[in-house]
Structure formats: structure tokens, C-alpha cells
Design a protein around this ligand. Structure first.
Ligand SMILES: [Mn+2]
Length: 362
């Protein structure tokens, strides 16, 4: 070990004076995490990157630990904090509120979460699943630790220690932390982690081999059926939202353009959800208009299938921007999800949108 440290200090000195030899010298380093830790712990800032195996050692130095989730805490943040607190002890907190699915998951696994806890009451705050300080409002303490899968650097510099690596969910990283520290996940902890993984991977649409492996291990470890984790996340939407979406669908006018189906409809609330539902039902592109303000302001939400954006280059942000401007307003967003606000008659503006789609698909 002493020998390795000598080699490392050598490397650091030479790297600084002879940058061209970096690649050659790095071959002497035993493990990337070791040299990152070494360099970080000897630089002026205090941030220290640690690997999953070292988490138990570090957390064991503090008596009162708070795992702090971001505002509108989601299943990934909650499942991860819950599993960490079961394995290493500590309290769970969240800033301001939980998301709807967050509430459902916390209920099912029995996670007690303090809303806006006094961070000063703890020896260490571990920020979980959070990439930027603004997600914590004024609750970010001067010193803290971080466990996260986003790749933003904003919270790294002031962290006492951190684990941040690319993964599709924080839950996947937490599962590695548990395994490498020889901690078991009980049924509820495993369920929380899997629910976090399902939610952050979009039900495994954005999964990696690592996510599938971790999911299989969690199912075995927790001894529950996959459906249970799905159920933990299925929250019925608000009744007024469901009424609006059903009304929008029943009033929809569908036009066929070659092999493309474009749906247009009006409803005065939840336009975005209605447009998404129409695409789920089979429309390639959906426009949903609603009157707002004193009745002369029109908002249109638009959604398209992934194929429409990817294969045919349909760009709803551009279309809604142009139509919005033509009718005294503006619009924008993403290629397959956009909105506009303008002045005029909803059906006239919907027609203008439909024409632009026809032009762009021919
Ligand atoms: Mn996450």
C-alpha cells in the first residue's frame, strides 16, 4: 500500500510537468477509483469520490444520518433512500413534497419521510438522486455526501464524499452499495429499489444489461412478483383529468394522410394528457386545443409517436412555433411534444396545424 502511494505521488508530479506522458504512466495505476480518490483527497477542494464498497466505512463514521430526496421526490429517490436507511440506519427526508407515484410507493413499503427536515439536526446529510442544488431549495447543507446517477457536476465540488456514476437509476447504484457492503435487502427494500428502477427506466424502455441484471437479483432477493412492483407505481389519475381525456377522445376528428393518422380535438383542460392519450390510442400526431383566459386565448398541445419524429423528421416544436406566431402568439417544445398559445378560433388554428403536418409528411 505504501509502495502504491509512492508510485502515485510520482505519477501526480510527473503528470503535472510532463503532460505528454500521461497515458504511459497511467498504466501503473491499479484502479481508476483509487487514483481519483487519491488525487481528490490531496487537492484543494474537499470532494472525494468513493466507490460503492467504501460507502459503509464512510457512513459508519456518523451517528445521525439523513438521506435527503429532491423536491417532488420520485420512486427512485424514495426507494434508494429507504434501502440505504434500512441497511445503514438513518432517517429519510424530502424537500417540499413527494410525487404522486412517490406517495404510492412510500405507502406500500412503509417509508416514513420527513418533509423539509431540519438538516442541522443531523451529523451527515446524504443527498440522494439529485443532480443540481436548486432541487433542494435552501435545504442543501454546507457539507453533505451524494449518491446519484445523473452526470451533472454541480453538487460534486462541495461534497464530503460522493458516488456518482452513469446508471439508469440511483436504485441500481444503491443495490451495488448493499451488495458490496454485504448487506441484505429485505422484501420492502428490494421492492422499493425495483420500483425506482422501473420508474427511472420508463418501465425498462431505457434499460441496460446492468439494469436487467439488478432487477432479476432484486426479484430473487425480495421474493415478490414483478407485478407487485408495477402495482406500487400504478396511481389512478385524477377524475377530472380522466373526464377531460375521455371527452377529448370522443370529440376527436381523425384525418388520414397516406399511412398517417392525425387527430385534432378540443377540451378546456389537461390538453397535454389528452394529446398523449390520443397517440397511445393510435394517432401518429395529435393536436388538442383549449380556450383559456377570457376565452380568446387558445392553447394547443401536440404529441406525436416516436416514429413520426424519428423516421419522418416531423418537428412539432417548429410547427407550433410557426403557427403560434402566425396567430399572434408563440409556441415551441420538443420534436414530439410541443405547445402553442395564440389568439383566435380554436378550430381555425387546429386546421393550420394539420396543414403544416400534411406539408411536412409529403
Ligand atoms: Mn433517478
Amino acid at each position: 500500500m505504501a509502495m502504491r502511494q509512492e508510485v502515485l505521488s510520482c505519477v501526480v508530479v510527473i503528470v503535472e510537468s510532463l503532460p505528454s506522458r500521461i497515458v504511459f504512466l497511467i498504466f501503473f495505476l491499479p484502479k481508476q477509483s483509487t487514483w481519483t480518490t487519491y488525487i481528490n483527497s490531496h487537492s484543494s477542494n474537499i470532494a472525494m469520490r468513493i466507490c460503492e464498497r467504501q460507502f459503509g466505512d464512510h457512513i459508519g463514521r456518523y451517528k445521525k444520518v439523513l438521506y435527503l430526496c429532491h423536491r417532488n421526490a420520485d420512486p427512485d429517490a424514495i426507494g434508494s433512500s429507504f434501502a440505504l436507511s434500512r441497511a445503514f440506519g438513518g432517517t429519510i427526508g424530502a424537500v417540499d413534497d413527494l410525487s404522486r407515484t412517490g406517495v404510492s410507493l412510500a405507502d406500500i413499503i412503509g417509508a416514513r419521510i420527513l418533509i423539509n427536515p431540519r438538516v442541522k439536526d443531523y451529523d451527515l446529510v446524504v443527498v440522494v438522486d439529485t443532480s443540481v442544488g436548486t432541487q433542494l431549495g435552501d435545504k442543501l447543507p454546507a457539507s453533505y455526501a451524494l449518491v446519484d446517477h445523473h452526470l451533472d457536476e454541480g453538487l460534486l465540488e462541495d461534497a464530503l464524499f460522493y458516488i456518482q456514476r452513469p446508471a439508469k437509476s440511483t436504485a441500481e447504484i444503491v443495490w451495488t452499495i448493499l451488495k458490496e457492503n454485504r448487506k441484505k435487502a429485505d422484501r420492502k427494500a428490494a421492492l422499493g429499489l425495483l420500483a425506482g428502477m422501473i420508474s427511472d427506466t420508463g418501465r425498462f424502455k431505457r434499460a441496460t444489461p446492468g439494469a436487467f441484471l439488478a432487477a432479476a437479483e432484486l426479484l430473487e432477493e425480495g421474493g415478490f412478483a414483478y407485478e407487485e412492483a408495477l402495482e406500487a407505481l400504478s396511481v389512478p389519475s385524477d377524475i377530472s383529468q380522466r373526464i377531460a381525456v375521455l371527452k377529448a377522445a370522443s370529440r376527436a376528428k381523425v384525418t388520414r394522410q397516406g399511412d398517417w393518422l392525425v387527430a385534432c380535438t378540443t377540451v378546456n383542460s389537461f390538453e397535454g394528457s389528452a394529446a398523449m392519450a390520443l397517440v397511445d390510442l393510435g394517432a401518429d400526431v395529435a393536436f388538442v386545443a383549449g380556450r383559456h383566459g377570457k376565452g380568446d386565448t387558445v392553447r394547443i398541445s401536440a404529441r406525436s409517436s416516436r416514429e413520426a419524429a424519428a423516421r419522418r423528421g416531423l418537428n412539432l416544436a417548429k410547427i407550433l412555433g410557426e403557427v403560434g406566431k402566425a396567430y399572434g402568439g408563440d409556441g415551441g417544445g420538443h420534436k414530439s411534444a410541443a405547445a402553442l398559445e395564440a389568439v383566435g378560433d380554436p378550430s381555425t388554428i387546429l386546421d393550420a396545424c394539420r396543414k403544416k403536418v400534411a406539408e411536412s409528411l409529403t
